[in-house]
Design a protein around this ligand. Structure first.
Ligand code: FE2
Length: 293
């Protein structure tokens, strides 16, 4: 059963940026012309001054909350105290949506500084679906699931990632965040077709798109091969802009956020990237493509 209670604030029609702490004071002072702001709530939980600025900004911008510590794919139980702290912040900011990765990052109470993959099979589906209900009940609103960046597969997987996400939507009524850059780099790393992945997504369930930069590195497991790593440390590359245009043709005008988390550039660079996303969306609108069902 889908949880109701999502924010009544309208979803933005122009692209937004991931708001990271180094830009917080500048964004509060200059109010750049972007459609919305996305935050990692874990950066604000122990930072009352940053939270104060964020609450001020929430009067001017729609806010999206993108969690990195919920660990929905872990066999561990969901950390209820962490969920309660998140809910207090979320209730204060009243975001347009709350999201997190299809991944796990806790084990026996320890928090790992990474978003780790899970086998794509029936057992994992049951775990994620049960945790998803618990998280949505705890937060009192829908929790949107993002496709992760992938580097390895499991011998115990019985379905593709897009099949897993589709089945999760079917069973729980949840909605999805499509990270187009993750689709691009995971397709490269895992050897599948990024365009077919986008085509197989349940279009009606996609609430948000992420775009971020990645870094090409030597694949330690395959001599001469390249691994694309989701570093969020560079501009969006031309092939990802092309895939983004395809995603908009297929999914419709989905609200989009630019993510940049390492080697963080001047705020103006993020604003430029958001403008580039808007330009792609305008071009797709001008082409008059119908949205697939
Ligand atoms: Fe993302």
């Amino acid at each position: 059963m889908a949880v109701t209670g999502t924010s009544t604030r309208r979803m933005p029609t122009t692209a937004g940026i991931g708001l990271r702490l180094p830009h917080l004071a500048e964004v509060a002072a200059t109010r750049p012309a972007v459609g919305w702001l996305e935050i990692h709530p874990e950066n604000f939980l122990a930072n009352p001054h940053a939270t104060e600025l964020l609450v001020e900004l929430s009067d001017c911008y729609p806010i999206s909350v993108h969690t990195v510590g919920i660990s929905i794919g872990s066999v561990d139980r969901i950390d209820r105290p962490h969920l309660r702290r998140l809910r207090a912040l979320i209730d204060t900011v009243n975001p347009v949506l709350v999201s997190g990765h299809l991944a796990w990052s806790t084990h026996e109470g320890a928090y790992l500084n990474d978003l780790l993959p899970l086998p794509l099979n029936e057992e994992a589906l049951r775990v994620v679906a049960a945790h998803l209900r618990e998280v949505q009940d705890g937060l009192g609103r829908p929790y949107v699931i993002e496709n992760p960046s992938s580097y390895v597969g499991f011998a115990t997987s019985t379905m593709s990632e897009v099949e897993f996400l589709g089945e999760l939507v079917h069973r729980t009524g949840c909605e999805l965040l499509c990270d187009v850059s993750n689709v691009y780099l995971s397709a490269h790393n895992m050897g599948y077709d990024a365009y077919k992945f986008i085509d197989a997504l349940p279009a009606q369930a996609i609430r948000e798109i992420h775009l971020g930069g990645f870094t090409a590195e030597d694949d330690p497991g395959h001599a001469g091969a390249t691994l694309l790593v989701d570093t969020h440390a560079t501009r969006i590359t031309p092939p990802v802009w092309d895939l983004y245009a395809h995603a908009l043709r297929r999914l419709g005008p989905v609200p989009t956020v630019i993510e940049w988390d390492n080697d963080i550039p001047a705020l103006a660079t993020l604003v430029e990237e958001a403008s580039s996303a808007d330009a792609v969306a305008a071009r797709v609108r001008g082409q008059g493509h119908a949205v697939a069902g």
